[in-house]
Design a binder for this molecule. Structure first.
Ligand SMILES: Cc1cc2nc3c(=O)[nH]c(=O)nc-3n(C[C@H](O)[C@H](O)[C@H](O)COP(=O)(O)OP(=O)(O)OC[C@H]3O[C@@H](n4cnc5c(N)ncnc54)[C@H](O)[C@@H]3O)c2cc1C
Length: 394
């Protein structure tokens, strides 16, 4: 029988996390039902919370202590993320903590580590990731932004797109083509530069949920010192793919999914007092029961990925299964939520009380992008089919 209970040490750590959350939880998050201001900029909403994590040394749970991280074990990271998600919080590390830091530890020079790691930990440098281009997303290695070597510098020209947070970031790490004649994976280098470098311009994009989360970023003769290259020249593809040292269980997502369903259950149960909850049909109840079971399955995927890491392996197609299942489930939950409110579900106005202050509609629209970001659902299915099931590539 599967035993999911904490050991005494794990239980003690869980208690420590709970106390920390109780003591530091921003007042704005204290009441889960308080939906006010949900559309405000997340950096502003999470500023105090982020500061508390930095002060406690938990902003980078997976980083080793020698680099200023918390050096938590896989299980402790899992518990921390589980408890944060239970309380509607996240660890706010961003691209710097999740992606660039672990890559710097492996491929960075001593100077690069000394310069960047402390600033990432303190939140002084906010990073964005310049990988996708208008013609290169799933097939990222086809990217065309050029970095031409000129003495001690590269001169960068081209364009990135869908760059999350570029409008707030002060640094970018990115992939650029440094050898146009080499096979596509072998002519790419990874570069880092400040966003206020001359020749960098950012144009925000508004998504269909009316949120400016990502951007186009243009480079016109941007001069990047060679010392800002991360790893060897033309080996950037392999440097960029080295992002293994971070939490991959996805427990935060699956717990968040369950919490959303619990909220919906509460709303549906209280519906007699609320005329805007219109659908209590049998179909709705059956659909909700399906979502409830699926959320349990999503959580089991997380436990499975955690177990793989505990066995010193890196989840691969298993991480794809979890990402695919959870992001598609969140879309189904959004549809189930809309159905609960009937036509009110389409109202999208945080100043009106109906349909969770318009959150039903906005969440429905926001849920789309997660099945595209970080590798589309089709790409995840390809990974599961080929790497997981050994089926031939088409
Ligand atoms: C919310 C969000 C945030 C993002 N943030 C960033 C960021 O910070 N930095 C960054 O660099 N990028 C970012 N991206 C971009 C993201 O990585 C790409 O959108 C994604 O990789 C898909 O690339 P694409 O949009 O070019 O679509 P394409 O690759 O052009 O795909 C178009 C369609 O074809 C399908 N398809 C493509 N190839 C195959 C295949 N081999 N088999 C089957 N189907 C296929 C896809 O699944 C998709 O349905 C973000 C995207 C989103 C939605």
């Amino acid at each position: 029988m599967v035993d999911l209970k904490d050991s005494p040490d794990q239980a003690a750590f869980r208690e420590e996390v709970r106390l920390f959350i109780t003591d530091n939880r921003p007042q704005k998050f204290a009441n889960r039902d308080d939906e006010s201001g949900w559309s405000k900029d997340w950096r502003e909403r999470t500023k105090d919370w982020r500061g508390a994590l930095v002060a406690n040394g938990w902003i980078a749970p997976a980083w080793p202590k020698e680099y200023g991280g918390a050096g938590l074990s896989i299980n402790e990271q899992f518990i921390l993320n589980e408890e944060l998600a239970e309380n509607g919080l996240s660890n706010e590390g961003g691209f710097g903590v999740m992606m660039l830091g672990p890559t710097l530890m492996i491929h960075g020079s001593d100077e690069q580590k000394t310069e960047h790691l402390p600033k990432i930990l303190q939140g002084d440098s906010i990073w964005c990731q310049g990988w996708s281009e208008p013609g290169s997303g799933s097939d990222l290695a086809s990217l065309q932004t050029r970095a031409v070597r000129d003495g001690d510098e590269y001169v960068l020209n081209g364009q990135k797109i869908w760059t999350s947070g570029a409008q707030h970031a002060n640094w970018m790490y990115m992939l650029a083509r440094t050898d146009g004649d080499a096979p596509k994976h072998r002519g790419i280098s990874m570069l880092m530069f400040p966003m206020d470098s001359s020749g960098v311009s950012v144009r925000p994009l508004t998504n269909m949920a009316d949120v400016q989360g990502f951007n186009e970023v243009f480079f016109e003769d941007v001069h990047v010192p060679v010392e800002n290259r991360l790893g060897e020249e033309n080996r950037g593809w392999y440097v960029g793919m080295t992002l293994t040292d971070y939490e991959r269980s996805g427990i935060g997502n699956s717990v968040g999914t369950q919490r959303r369903l619990e909220g919906l259950l509460k709303t549906a149960s209280e519906s007699d007092a609320n005329e805007t909850v219109v659908s209590k049909s049998k179909n709705w109840r059956l659909g909700f029961a399906d979502r409830w079971m699926e959320a349990d399955i999503a959580r089991l995927f997380s436990y499975c990925n955690n177990t793989i890491q505990l066995n010193n392996m890196v989840p691969n197609h298993e991480a794809s299964m979890s990402k695919l299942f959870t992001t598609e489930l969140n879309q189904k939950i959004a549809a189930t939520t809309i159905k609960l409110f009937g036509l009110y579900g389409m109202l999208w106005d945080e100043n009106r009380p109906e349909a969770l202050r318009g959150r039903a509609a906005s969440t429905y629209l926001s849920a789309v992008s997660a099945t595209i970001a970080g590798g589309t659902s089709e790409i995840q299915r390809n990974i599961i089919a080929t790497r997981g099931l050994g089926l031939p590539r088409g």
